[in-house]
Ligand binder design. Structure first.
Ligand code: PEP
Ligand code: MG
Length: 577
């Protein structure tokens, strides 16, 4: 029995057998071979290419009905690349020169090729295709299973070095008992998705893939952030009890608070919205007492389908959410695709970039794909007559960008008008404040929009230069950093001065230790995973705004992150007693 400690990102306990997914683009160790094995390695490479091409043909047959005919061309390109004579010559040359194993030679040649493609902007878009064929060859040569479109015969616990959000979305519902992976942080998109899907998940588990074999019995405790391998009966019984207690206390909390308002001790009303990724979560939000949807991450419509949704598909998703939530609001965020929320080369919109989080992500990608953006805006406007819909633009960095997004929205309005579609003419428009530059300029933005939503996940990532999904630097991902808090305070004040509502929709708003601080800074709207709405409500009902203000002013004078955390943890613990 072994225990691995990581970061619990989606509560719940699961027991099951491990299904280990080898990571894509895993570095291949150079393996040298004796001279007399050269010909065998050349043959092994040739057979791997044949098998890879067969695999592509299989995928083509399987996926074309789902992705549409236009994606056939991508499969054909991959086949051509693999079949290329000069690629084979270079790999064989490396095998002989090493002499080295086929996978090591192929890896070297393909990496050089990727480097060359990256150097030229016009060829960089091919990089993801080379990655694709590279990982296909690796899997065949090393006999590993792929993370793409994994089909699980039996329910299992997924163990991986890294899973992308698209891979997570693609799993068949009900087959994934839990997720345990080495990469990822608390605010990584895969963590957010696992939580939305109700799959217990632990991320940041160093050494996990080396310590777990396929078929090992595992316990995953998504609340405590623990994975236990090959547990004995006593441990198993202990975790079954933990799971039972969690379910029971969640149910009691919902029952106890459902009819009560989210208000502080002196009766100050606070609004609790829910963040959702999938349409069915609207019902979860209502069941948990949320007063609206504060963030609808629509990019999952794209990722679930593995292709661009049609206008009608967008419309249906938004119409049903708006109708079910009515008269409560539904804030629909336009596509935040790109970076980790990219689909792969079988239909994804994103070409590989050296720094995808700083690249063509989110609103930038929408400007690059006007047709896709307009189809979504048309659908949102059309859905606006079926409920209370608002539009939220993500990752806005400059006023020029905001103006461009609003101009496109105005064009779409005109088009719908001409075509005779009904829509709400004054749909409220907001921006996410999630780039430090936008937070600094919050007063200027406040004059141009109807509301702000502070995305602390990205705001922290960009302010502190720390990848939100990288466990190696997860200690540096600090909401308590004074720079982050100053940007949040400035944004709340700018919103207040302009008389527009400000919400926080990043994970920080669901963290009880930051609740007092945010209330003390003047925040009155929170948008969180619907599952924590009851807990948040209970905490709010114990808080005095005066006290929260005092704590916030003490913290804002504090330059030390550690001391700030200490103050907030102690005060929130006292409060929850
Ligand atoms: C954020 O960045 O805080 C946010 C809410 O958006 P996402 O997590 O989808 O990037
Ligand atoms: Mg964000």
């Amino acid at each position: 029995m072994d225990r691995f400690k990581g970061i619990g990102v989606s509560r719940g306990v699961a027991v099951g057998d491990a299904f280990v997914i080898e990571s894509e683009r895993m570095p291949v160790r150079p393996r040298y071979i004796p001279e007399d094995q050269i010909e065998a390695e050349v043959e092994r490479y040739d057979s791997a290419v044949v098998a890879a091409i067969e695999g592509i043909r299989d995928d083509q047959r399987r996926l074309t009905p789902r992705l549409g005919e236009e994606y056939l061309a991508i499969f054909e390109t991959h086949i051509r690349m693999l079949d290329d004579r000069s690629l084979r010559d270079r790999v064989v040359e490396r095998i002989r020169a090493g002499p080295m194993a086929a996978e090591a030679a192929a890896d070297e040649v393909l990496r050089q090729h990727i480097q060359l493609l990256f150097e030229d902007k016009s060829t960089a878009r091919w990089v993801s295709d080379i990655y694709d064929i590279q990982s296909r060859l690796h899997r065949i040569l090393l006999g590993r299973s792929s993370g793409d479109l994994v089909e699980l015969a039996e329910p299992a616990i997924i163990v991986a070095e890294n899973l992308t959000p698209s891979q997570t979305v693609a799993f068949e519902r009900g087959k994934v008992l839990a997720i345990a992976m080495e990469a990822g942080g608390e605010t990584s998109h895969t963590a957010i998705i696992a939580n939305a899907l109700g799959i217990p998940a632990v991320v940041g588990l160093r050494g996990l893939t080396a310590g777990v074999r396929a078929g090992d019995r595992l316990i995953v405790d998504g609340g405590a952030g623990e994975v236990v391998t090959e547990p004995d009966q006593a441990i198993l019984a202990q975790y079954v009890q933990i799971e039972h207690d969690i379910v029971e206390s969640d149910r009691q909390l919902i029952d106890e608070l459902h009819e009560l308002p989210a208000e502080t001790v002196a009766g100050r009303r606070i609004t609790l919205y829910a963040n959702i990724e999938f349409p069915y979560e609207v019902q979860t939000a209502l069941d948990n007492g949320a007063e609206g949807i504060g963030l609808y991450r629509t990019e999952y419509l794209y990722m679930e389908k593995g292709r661009e949704p049609t206008e009608e598909e967008h419309f249906e998703a938004y119409r049903s959410a708006a109708a079910l939530m009515w008269p409560r609001p539904v804030v629909i965020r336009t596509f935040d695709l790109g970076a980790d929320k990219a689909t792969d080369s079988t239909g994804g919109p994103v070409t590989a970039e050296p720094n995808p989080f700083l690249g063509c992500r989110s609103i930038r990608l929408c400007f690059d794909r006007i047709g896709m953006f307009k189809a979504q805006l048309r659908a949102i406007l059309r859905a606006s007559v079926h409920g209370y819909v608002k539009i939220l633009f993500p990752m806005i960095t400059s006023l020029t960008e905001l103006k461009r997004a609003k101009d496109i929205l105005a064009e779409v309005r005109e088009e719908l008008d001409t075509e005779g579609y009904p829509f709400e003419p004054d749909v409220e428009v907001g921006v996410m404040i999630e780039v430090p530059g936008a937070a600094v300029m919050a007063d200027a933005f406040a004059r141009e929009v109807d509301f702000f939503s502070i995305g602390t996940n990205d705001l922290i990532q960009y302010t502190l230069a720390v990848d939100r999904g990288n466990p190696v630097v997860s200690d540096l991902f600090q909401p308590a950093h004074p720079a982050v808090m100053k940007l949040i305070k400035h944004t709340i004040e700018a919103g207040d001065a302009a008389g527009i509502p400000v919400a926080v929709c990043g994970q920080m708003s669901g963290d009880l230790s930051y609740l007092i601080l945010l209330l003390g800074l003047g925040l009155r709207q929170f948008s969180t995973s619907p599952k924590i709405t009851p807990e948040l409500k209970r905490a709010i009902r114990l808080i005095k705004i005066e006290e929260a203000r005092e704590i916030a002013s003490e913290v804002m004078k504090e330059p030390s992150i550690e001391r700030t955390i200490e103050i907030l943890t102690t005060r929130s613990r006292e409060l929850m007693k």
